[in-house]
Design a protein around this ligand. Structure first.
Ligand code: ATP
Ligand code: MG
Length: 443
């Protein structure tokens, strides 16, 4: 008997306008214009994917995707402001100033023997480029919650996979057999975690079950794509939830292998506390519309790995400065195997790490040089964050927090006075020490 989640026989459940909360008020005027123009052109026109899902849970979509039975060429004829992108599978982008509405022709993923669908030996999907029906378009999507269609013709929501109910129950459920779908595209494991974190959903049991075992497949995914996924996981306002879920589903070891190992061997849990605290700060900044940087994020995510590498090199007797540089390079290089962190982010990330040891230096010249360093602010914020792991640097944090607010000449005077004090108190203990040793010798 066909069921809602049987890929071979998708059944339509039509939720009329009074049965759901998707309102035209929630849809951007550009997306509405595209939908109406397609409909007036005699085509099927649907809002689809993340936008429908997000509106259903009361959220505000950041972009609007449209699906239609019009071919890309037919779409292009309807819109002057339209360009076609993609070579094998063509998509139409309709451009309204800074907003782009992506219009995709229904796509099928069926293996029809035409050779248009190719699988890697491991079951990974290499290409999919056959136009199809709305039913086929629905079942080739990843999660049921992502496969809902809002029809402009009657304002109904069309559900072929049971997604409407899953959204009500706040469940991420893969369409079809989970293991097969993860093998086709291992990034779906990260998408499950990311969307569950973002929407405060649970991953449905059968969808979650194969993840820990299949997690290593992620290392076969394109590193550039994994970098993009990392930004979405950690810079969209739900970084803490993403991290906890990556841990819970056994994905952290594959995504950030060296940091995961370092966290595991850090018995006190201090590094993990700092990481979570840093991610909490990131979420706070996003919530307040403050800028967040991938360099700082990765400095945070890879800090456990860096600390561990540094300790290992120092244990081998390497000089601190050299060990710091080597540890930073090694951790960066190893991580690049999985996540393609571009140099414009990895270099400042390393600077944030390497500047940490300069905060304990108080000579006037060095203090001013560090204050003028382009990465000072990020490195200082990082230092402050390290307080959540240990209060060892509390003095430094206090000093540099002050130093930033003081006028230059006042700071210079303070540093000179401090240097003078240091010379004097430096001499004093030496004398004391000598005295302490001497009495014994005299006896
Ligand atoms: P968000 O934009 O909030 O990150 P989204 O669901 O809109 O989430 P997109 O990457 O914009 O994610 O993808 C748009 C739609 O394309 C999804 O809703 C889903 O239907 C489909 N899709 C995306 N990635 C995959 C995938 N790896 N496999 C199958 N379908 C996918
Ligand atoms: Mg989207």
């Amino acid at each position: 008997m066909p069921t809602d989640n049987d890929p071979a026989h998708p059944m339509l459940r039509l939720i009329p306008r009074d049965g759901h909360n998707v309102s035209r008020k929630d849809i951007s005027s550009s997306a509405l214009r595209v939908l109406y123009r397609l409909r007036d052109g005699g085509f099927g026109a649907y809002l689809v994917g993340g936008a429908v899902r997000d509106i259903l849970v009361g959220g505000h979509p950041k972009d609007f995707d449209v699906a239609t039975d019009a071919t890309p060429e037919q779409v292009k004829q309807l819109f002057r402001n339209c360009r076609l992108i993609g070579r094998r599978f063509r998509l139409a982008h309709v451009v309204f100033g800074r907003e782009i509405i992506e219009v995709a022709t229904f796509r099928a993923n069926v293996d029809d023997g035409s050779g248009d669908r190719e699988l890697h030996e491991g079951g990974r999907l290499l290409r999919d480029n056959v136009y199809g029906t709305i039913e086929e378009d629905a079942i080739r999507r990843d999660f049921t919650a992502n496969a809902l269609y809002y029809a402009i013709e009657d304002f109904s929501v069309r559900d072929y996979t049971g997604g409407f109910e899953d959204v009500q129950n706040r469940l991420m459920r893969l369409i079809g057999d989970p293991e097969t779908r993860y093998r086709e595209d291992p990034v779906r494991m990260l998408r499950a975690v990311r969307l569950a974190a973002k929407l405060d959903f649970e991953i449905e049991a059968a969808t979650a079950a194969p993840i820990p075992q299949l997690a290593p497949l992620l290392s076969e995914a394109a590193p550039a794509r994994l970098f993009e996924e990392c930004l979405k996981l950690f810079l969209s306002g739900h970084a803490v939830e993403s991290f906890l879920r990556l841990e819970r589903h056994g994905l952290l070891q594959t995504l950030l292998p060296e940091s995961a190992a370092a966290l595991k061997s850090n018995r006190s849990g201090a590094l993990r506390r700092m990481l979570i605290e840093g991610l909490r700060g990131t979420d706070h900044r996003v919530a307040n519309d403050e800028p967040v940087s991938p360099a700082f994020l990765f400095a945070l995510l890879l800090w456990p790995a860096y600390c561990r590498a540094l300790m290992a090199l120092q244990a081998q007797g390497m000089h601190t400065v050299e060990a710091q540089r080597r540890a930073a390079d090694r951790v960066t290089l190893h991580q690049l195997g999985t996540v393609a962190l571009p140099r414009r982010f990895s270099l400042p990330m390393q600077e944030i790490w390497l500047l940490q040891s300069r905060f304990s230096q108080r000579q006037r010249k060095r203090v001013f040089r560090l204050l003028a360093h382009p990465r000072f602010r990020a490195a200082f914020d990082f230092l402050a964050l390290r307080l959540s792991a240990s209060d060892e640097h509390a003095d430094d944090v206090e000093f540099w927090r002050e130093a930033q607010t003081q006028p230059g000449d006042a700071l210079a005077a303070q540093l000179d006075a401090q240097a003078q004090d240091d010379v004097e108190s430096d001499a004093a203990p030496r004398k004391r020490r000598r005295r302490r040793r001497n009495p014994a010798a005299a006896e």
